[in-house]
Design a binder for this molecule. Structure first.
Ligand SMILES: Nc1ncnc2c1ncn2[C@@H]1O[C@H](COP(=O)(O)OP(=O)(O)O)[C@@H](O)[C@H]1O
Ligand SMILES: CC(=O)N[C@@H](CCC(=O)OP(=O)(O)O)C(=O)O
Length: 289
């Protein structure tokens, strides 16, 4: 197995290592689900850095699960194939031809790129989709959206088995249905939330291409309750791709996830900054204590 020296740049970003250690101890044994959005992925160097963070999380005793997106990569392939695509409320309208491309791109190109990056950084990763071991079973979300799935049944034991074996699961948001041969395209945020909820995860980190949830003045709200976030969705402050993300956050908290963070995945060491520093990163959503 290939192995590289552990990168410790983030320690320079964290104020001191002594600041990070208590957080590392606090999170030992924790389940952290990380949604890695297509817009947050960046180039090979950024991918390697993300993978290094995930491997470091595992090395300090966290059980990370990576759930990825890949919207821009699906767009590229659909364009090459001359298939038009549109989004309604942040979700891709998905016909039969589109769902085939989605499965091909997400479970093939994108999933394996992330698995390989984690392996290159000295971790152990296994890629799967919602179809594997029936991890995520869906039904149609909305007739207007075609083969877009809403998770209705989760079987997360396969993820616990992988934790036990020291393996980092990397999940593509493609799912099976209740009927034979059904395939559903699931929004990556929705899939990450369903997985985090099924595992009652300690943290759900939603990595995206903005620094957090912004208020009407464009300022990132660093700490909010589910009720405050609901109000921002209802008054239209939250729009586009941020809608499924924030709806996911609210549902995940309802399902028993302790806290959700929406943060900029393009920032170096974003996950480590959030988990292992006092100030954290992005927008933290958690119930009032
Ligand atoms: N209130 C808001 N705060 C932050 N971003 C918002 C807000 N409302 C809409 N957005 C948009 O949501 C986008 C994030 O969603 P999306 O592009 O689907 O991300 P990803 O590909 O990472 O899942 C941001 O780039 C931004 O343009
Ligand atoms: C139903 C739906 O919209 N599915 C998404 C799945 C990928 C995804 O969520 O990618 P990002 O996280 O990069 O946006 C899509 O087809 O684009």
């Amino acid at each position: 197995m290939k192995s590289r020296d552990m990168n410790t740049d983030w320690i320079a970003t964290a104020r001191t290592l002594s600041e990070a250690l208590p957080f590392m101890q606090r999170y030992a044994g924790a389940i952290v689900v990380v949604k890695f959005g297509g817009n947050a992925m960046g180039d090979d160097a950024a991918m390697a850095e993300f993978a290094r963070d995930i491997v470091l999380m595992r090395q300090v005793g966290i059980n990370p699960v990576v759930v990825h997106g890949g919207g821009p990569m699906i767009n590229d392939m659909l364009t090459k194939l001359g298939i038009k695509s549109e989004f309604v409320r942040g979700k891709r309208v998905t016909d039969k031809a589109t769902v085939q491309v989605v499965e091909m791109v997400l479970t093939g190109l994108v999933n394996k790129r992330i698995v390989q990056a984690i392996m290159d950084e000295g971790g152990r990763a296994v890629g799967l989709s919602g179809k594997d071991d029936d991890l995520m079973v869906c039904e149609a979300d909305d007739p207007e959206l075609g083969f877009v799935g809403r998770p209705v049944e989760m079987h997360p034991q396969v993820l616990r088995d992988l934790f036990e074996a020291g393996i980092i699961p990397v999940v593509a948001p493609v799912a099976t249905g209740m009927l034979p041969n059904e395939t559903f395209n699931v929004n990556g945020d929705t899939a990450a939330g369903a997985i985090a909820g099924a595992l009652k995860a300690d943290r759900l980190l939603l990595l995206t291409d903005v620094s957090g949830v912004k208020d009407g003045n464009g300022e990132v709200v660093t700490d909010m309750t589910p009720e405050e976030l609901r109000a921002m969705i209802d008054d239209g402050t939250v729009a586009g791709g941020m809608i499924p993300k924030t709806e996911t956050a609210l549902k995940a908290i309802d399902d028993g996830v302790r806290a959700v963070v929406i943060l900029d995945g393009r920032v170096p060491n974003a996950c480590l900054l959030e988990l292992f520093t006092e100030h954290g990163a992005g927008s933290l959503i958690r119930p009032k204590r």
